[in-house]
Design a protein around this ligand. Structure first.
Ligand code: ADP
Ligand code: MG
Length: 317
């Protein structure tokens, strides 16, 4: 029997109210989600990927109880978000995109206050343990305003985990964040997942989704356009590239009906793009040799998520 999904989203719709006095098309309000359905498997790192304005935050904010949906349904940990709002909220911890703290609270106080908000008795709170987990134990008593951007993000993750939810959701955790901090956050997320937490993250960075996520749902203009295990999604791209260095300078570019693109790179470099359903890398090399070229060095490049994304959305990332 398959396990219950951590999150189930069924035909979710959101139309934002139109601004007062809006005319024509605007008078109907923005349709930000047009009936989106997918399940998030328990124990996964799940990526919700899409360009800016796709509807990612709208979806997350509906789960968080911050935005009212206009259609469809959602369950968190088996709890319908309308019928069992309290239980649904207790099963999820959300890290918002914006950093907001009272600058005069210390990390320890931020976590204690959040524990109080959830009605967790002082003796049962996990503030110390969580500060350790996000490597802020030495900043326990520092004012929040003195923390670096990276430390603040980590404190937000700890804050989202105060009530020990089985699901952690991060909305664009690494937007505008430097490489080092991005690495730190990825590590933290991976570690929490290893400890059994189901993680959902929204991102518009393909690289992030590709590296971290087991499964990816792509939304564009409020519609789900793909949902697959990451490896299957990448496999959807049919194009592959063979880059060769030839022994001699190129006199004429190689051409063949089975090649989809040929590009020259310097005096002795050739990159051949081909459809992997029609050719293999070996056949590409054989064709080059038939045309009188001696291949000295070869590398191949697999398609990545970016290729798939461009293919599906018809846009650049
Ligand atoms: P994403 O998080 O993927 O960038 P959002 O969910 O924030 O996308 O936005 C989806 C669409 O809904 C966008 O066109 C955005 O302008 C619109 N939108 C978001 N919030 C509101 C709001 N409060 N009122 C009206 N329109 C909104
Ligand atoms: Mg957003």
């Amino acid at each position: 029997m398959p396990a219950e999904p951590a999150i189930r989203i069924d035909n979710l719709m959101k139309r934002y109210a139109a601004p007062k006095g809006a005319k024509g098309e605007d008078a109907e309000g923005k349709l930000a989600l047009k009936g989106v359905s997918f399940d998030v498997p328990e124990g996964s790192i799940f990526g919700l990927l899409g360009p800016n304005g796709a509807g990612k935050s709208t979806l997350i904010n509906i789960l968080a109880g911050l935005v009212n949906k206009t259609g469809g349904s959602a369950e968190i940990w088996g709890f319908d978000i309308d019928e069992h709002r309290r239980n649904a909220s207790r099963a999820i911890g959300i890290v918002p995109q914006e950093i907001v703290f009272d600058p005069f609270f210390t990390p320890f106080e931020v976590l204690e206050n959040q524990g109080g908000f959830y009605g967790i008795p002082a003796r049962d709170r996990r503030s110390e343990e969580l500060l350790e987990a996000v490597r802020l134990a030495d900043k326990r008593n520092a004012y929040a305003r003195t923390l670096s951007g990276g430390m603040k993000r980590r404190l937000l993750v700890a804050k989202a985990m105060v009530h020990s939810p089985p699901i952690l959701v991060l909305d664009e955790p690494t937007a505008g964040v430097d490489v080092e901090l991005r690495r730190q956050l990825w590590e933290l997320v991976t570690q929490m997942n290893r400890e059994g937490v189901t993680v959902v993250l929204t991102t518009h960075y393909l690289e992030e989704a590709e590296e971290l996520c087991d499964e990816i749902a792509i939304i564009n203009h409020g519609e789900l356009i793909a949902h697959k295990p990451t490896a299957d999604l990448i496999n959807m791209a049919r194009e592959k590239i063979v880059a060769v260095t030839l022994a001699d300078d190129i006199t004429a570019a190689p051409a063949h009906e089975a090649f989809s693109k040929v590009e020259l790179a310097g005096a002795r470099g050739v990159e051949v793009t081909y459809n992997k359903d029609k050719l293999s890398a070996g056949q590409v090399l054989a064709i080059l040799q038939e045309q009188g070229m001696t291949v000295e060095d070869v590398t191949t490049r697999e398609a990545d998520l970016e290729d798939v994304f461009v293919q599906l959305t018809g846009t650049g990332s």
